[in-house]
Design a protein around this ligand. Structure first.
Ligand code: DON
Length: 354
């Protein structure tokens, strides 16, 4: 009798557990990622940012590369890719713009894959220049001459470090690496390349100065040419966000699952992004936004939220430092609303009042 009562109680308990506890937990496990922010909330905030800044009149297209001057300055796209490969995008998301200086992040990554971070630090350096991205004075004044991998001089030097028998082989290696980071095949925008190659006397001068200081490690003009090609790679805003998400995901592409960048190199890359990703705007950016990010004169900016994902914005008009005005505003708005600022204890869940 007692045994029957115990058996009945066990059956009732099992029924309660399977019906009211296990089933909701199972569905929760399917729907909620342990790392990605809640989708509906992110969608709402991105939509708010899109509407708020769509008609912002600030900035002007880059015009020192003639092609960029005639790109429609009203183009505007936003994309987020999370480390668990959720995508969310809005606006002009199919338009392929030139990656420009954002490429420097991924050539830095490739050089570190090949040589290791210490060698790249030694050969190129990692200090802010306090000057414009194309400054000749920085090359002459700085003890390292190269500054860091994100100013033009340091970027050309970084390209010269990547091993290859010919310039063509180096270029194909770079394009293949970028494509693996993006999780899709990327291509050169030939018109951008031709436009920049016809006007890049300043970068050629930088390469000659680097040669004078023994801070370029392959043929200077060949290095400038490969660098000009890497800046002319076309990306849409979703591809750019996925490139950022690969960094956010410890170097593993969230779409393809390929470990493209060694995990131990990622913190070095993100530290350079915080220090120099927006050139002379980097200090203000760290103050207001607190996320590693990189801009390009094509109008793109990508910001990394480690462990969670990346946000990329494309809008051509730039500020004086060469950073997209709308992209900065959108990312700042989204990062503040979603508590992404890495320097804020709220980014790991502490409340403002604690
Ligand atoms: O070498 C240049 O000037 C361009 N290809 C890249 C500069 C750039 O994107 C600076 N970014 N804000």
């Amino acid at each position: 009798m007692l045994r029957q009562r115990v058996q009945a109680k066990v059956l009732v308990a099992m029924f309660i557990v399977t019906t009211f506890v296990a089933a909701p937990l199972a569905s929760l496990a399917q729907k909620v990622s342990p790392v990605a922010p809640a989708r509906a909330q992110v969608e709402a905030v991105v939509k708010e940012a899109y509407d708020k800044f769509k008609n912002d009149p600030g900035g002007k297209n880059a015009d020192y590369i003639p092609y960029l001057a005639q790109v429609d300055s009203k183009l505007f796209g936003i994309a987020i890719v999370t480390t668990d490969n959720q995508e969310l995008s809005m606006g002009d998301i199919k338009y392929a713009f030139s990656i420009q200086s954002i490429s420097k992040v991924f050539s830095q990554a490739l050089a570190m894959e090949e040589l290791g971070p210490d060698k790249v630090l030694d050969k190129v350096g990692n200090e802010p220049t306090g000057r414009a991205f194309n400054s000749v004075f920085a090359v002459a004044d700085m003890p390292t001459h190269t500054g860091n991998p994100y100013v033009n001089a340091g970027a050309i030097s970084t390209v010269s470090l990547i091993s290859a028998k010919t310039a063509d082989e180096k270029w194909n290696k770079i394009l293949d690496f970028y494509s693996r980071v993006a999780g899709e095949k990327l291509t050169l925008i030939d018109e951008v390349y031709k436009s920049e190659a016809a006007t890049n006397t300043g970068n050629k001068a930088l390469s000659m100065l680097l040669a004078k200081y023994d801070r370029i490690y392959a043929d200077p003009f060949e290095s400038v040419d490969v660098y000009t090609k890497q800046c002319s790679v076309g990306v849409n805003v979703v591809q750019l966000a996925r490139m950022g998400a690969t960094l956010a995901n410890n170097g593993k592409n969230p779409k393809t699952g390929e470990q493209v960048i060694k995990p131990e190199n990622v913190p070095h890359i993100l530290s350079t992004m915080i220090m120099a990703g927006l050139y002379d705007g980097s200090g203000g950016w760290a103050w207001h936004v607190g996320l590693p990010a990189k801009s390009g004169v094509g109008g793109g900016i990508v910001a990394i939220v480690p462990g969670k994902g990346a946000i990329a914005v494309f809008a051509p008009p730039l500020d004086e430092a060469g950073n997209s005005v709308k992209a900065q505003k959108v990312i700042q708005y989204v990062a503040n609303r979603l508590d992404f600022n890495l320097f804020s204890p709220r980014s790991v869940g502490l409340k403002a009042t604690e």
